[in-house]
Each structure stands twice: as structure tokens, then as C-alpha cells.
Design a protein around this ligand. Structure first.
Ligand code: DX5
Ligand code: ZN
Length: 225
């Protein structure tokens, strides 16, 4: 993967919500390619986070694409609400969805980009049938539910497999990784085939501020001189 073409998607889960607009402006200025919005319902994952009103507020303050990672039990019930609020794309899990094709069709009918997410213990092979019709695959590199966890190295062989499948079946499809992405792990993620990286703690938790966090992450992907 060409390191220069890697897109960065800061996850606002790790942002300071008291200063959300300031932090979003900072990541936008620092070259974020999109914003990643983690939606959790306390049921699909053992944590709750945010809903459509946050997307609506973000829509007013940024031109960045808003990608919505739905870690919720019944994504179909909420697609309309998030689309109306301003979501540009939806990332829906393979796990727990008995009608994934229907969910994807609904996303497409709303005119939005569709991505399928697989958890660390889920095989790449489940993607084969859906790959031709989706815009993104998101491979979780931690178990979903919390920011600030350690990148699971065991997921890297799977990332390489997904990259091969994408190249063979739908080369336009993006391969995004989510969880534990930082200065140390980002180069491995890209070497395995990722072209979009989600980062929460590494961006919003940087002790020198979010601009520094973004710059350090971008620099970690530059080839050594
Ligand atoms: C985890 C979320 C991630 C999370 C990443 O369930 O899907 O998007 O915000 O946070 P970091 O980058 O801190 O691992
Ligand atoms: Zn996420």
C-alpha cells in the first residue's frame, strides 16, 4: 500500500466533548480525511456512547465526511435518523446481523456509502459474498466497545487476506482498520494492506494536543529517508 495515499479518520470517541468543535476544527486543519463516529448501545457492545444529535452538531461545524460506525443491535432502525442528521457512510457489523444484505441495500437506497465490519475473531471469508457491493471493509484490531485498547497483532494475517480478496474482487473497496492505531502500529497496519486508519487516543489523547497527534501519526507513515 502506498503510504502517501493512506487516509486518516480520527475517532471522536476520544475527544474532549466540552471542546468538540475546537478539536474537530484542529483535526480538519491538520489534514483529517474524514471523522469516525462510534455509536454504541450498551447491548451489542458493553458500553454506550453517542447518537444522531452528535452527528447533527458535527454536520454544522465541519465539511469532513462523517462515517458512522454502528455498534448497535438493530442498525436498520437507526439508518434514516443518522442519514438525516448528516452521516455520509455507515459501517455495520457482520456479527449479529441475520439480514446483512438487507441492511446494505437500505444504506445504498439512502444514497450513502456502505461498509462491513468484522471483529477480531471473525474470519475474512465471511466477506466474500458482500465484497462486490460495498465501499469499505473495516477490520477491528481490538474488540469493539472501548477506546484506548492495545492493537491485536493476531489480526494482521487476516488484514493481509482481506487485502488479497479486495484486490481480486473489488479493488475500489477501502480497507480500514480500527482500534489501537498509533505511531508504532500504523506502519504495520499499512504494510498489511490498510488504506484507511481510524485513530482515537493517538490523536485526541496526545499530550501535546490534537494537531501534534495528527502530525505524528502522519509522519509515522512516511518512508524512512
Ligand atoms: C472501538 C471503536 C474505535 C475506537 C478507537 O470500539 O470502534 O473506533 O474509538 O479508539 P483507539 O484509537 O483509542 O483504539
Ligand atoms: Zn470505530
Amino acid at each position: 500500500m502506498d503510504r502517501r495515499s493512506v487516509k486518516l479518520a480520527p475517532s471522536i470517541l476520544a475527544a474532549d466533548f466540552g471542546h468538540l468543535s475546537i478539536q474537530v476544527e484542529a483535526v480538519e486543519r491538520a489534514g483529517a480525511d474524514r471523522l469516525h463516529v462510534d455509536v454504541m448501545d450498551g447491548h451489542f457492545v458493553p458500553n454506550i456512547s453517542m447518537g444522531a444529535p452528535i452527528v447533527q452538531s458535527l454536520r454544522k461545524i465541519t465539511a469532513l465526511p462523517l462515517e458512522t460506525h454502528l455498534m448497535i443491535s438493530d442498525p436498520d432502525f437507526f439508518l434514516d435518523e443518522f442519514a438525516e442528521a448528516g452521516s455520509d457512510s455507515f459501517l455495520v457489523h457482520w456479527e449479529g446481523n441475520n439480514n446483512l444484505d438487507r441492511t446494505l441495500q437500505r444504506i445504498k437506497a439512502l444514497g450513502k456509502r456502505a461498509g462491513v465490519v468484522i471483529n477480531p475473531a471473525t474470519s475474512a471469508s465471511v466477506l466474500e459474498e458482500v465484497l462486490p457491493q460495498i465501499d469499505q471493509v473495516l477490520v477491528m484490531t481490538v474488540n469493539p466497545g472501548f477506546g484506548g485498547q492495545h492493537f491485536l497483532n493476531i489480526t494482521l494475517p487476516k488484514v493481509r487476506r482481506v487485502r488479497q480478496m479486495i484486490d481480486a474482487i473489488n479493488p475500489a473497496c477501502e480497507l480500514e482498520l480500527d482500534g489501537g492505531i498509533n505511531l508504532e502500529t500504523a506502519p504495520f497496519a499499512v504494510a498489511a494492506g490498510a488504506n484507511v486508519l481510524v485513530a482515537g487516543t493517538a490523536v485526541f489523547g496526545d499530550t501535546q494536543g490534537v494537531t501534534a497527534g495528527m502530525n505524528k501519526l502522519r509522519n509515522s507513515l512516511k518512508p524512512a529517508a
